[in-house]
Design a protein around this ligand. Sequence first.
Ligand SMILES: [Fe+2]
Length: 254
Amino acid sequence: MKLSKYSIKNEKFLKKIRIAVISDLHGSDVDSAVSLLQKNGPDIILAAGDILERIDGVGEKINKMNEKGFELLCSVAKIAPTFYSLGNHELGGTGSWGMGFRTRRPERAEWSEENLARIKDSGVVLLDDSFVFFEGIAIGGLTSGILNGGGEPNIHWIDEFCRAGCPKILICHHPEYYEKYLREKNIDLVASGHAHGGQWRFFGRGVFAPGQGIFPKYTKGIYENRLTVSAGLKKGGMIPRIFNEPEVVIVSIN
Ligand SMILES: [Fe+2]
């Protein structure tokens, strides 16, 4: 697990802020991410989706993976105020490999009260197509549109978010939404994951990512001074990561 640090300038932020981004746990071990966050003491933490699997998913494997997700959420919420937005795996949908979205268990679109309560009890602020104000910053979460027709996210609330007269941070699991839905919007930082760094990295480029296909554009780092993409926390897996260590991201603004 590595720590990737980036700095950006934005005069709308009146004081310096250090923002951690974590994403794509997929049942992996949480200790190294938590210890990196403890050592680095960010001001806020953005959990950018695919931390829990389909929350009402049945079966022991999913439940075990979710225990890791809840462990992560509970642990990081003790380190700094944490804001959590939902990825395709929280909605029960797998990604696409550039071939259109496919879904899994779409009949389970709603979470149980019990599991929603568990997220709230973890201490994180759940942002499910919504935003909050925190210390003079608007922080929103754009939920994955994997279960919607055509995989479109629900962006109807985004314009109201963009009208907030303060700096705006949007957590958005899918980096491929940036060009299509967000680039023209008045948003100061977009925090994404989902691409797993492009899974294999050669010469600083990822090879493939769900939703972007082969040689994806947005896989890891900072783009256009305001989109940050985390390569995710997942270690190992069926398709190994090559030259692509799991990471915790810290973005310092100003
Ligand atoms: Fe994802």
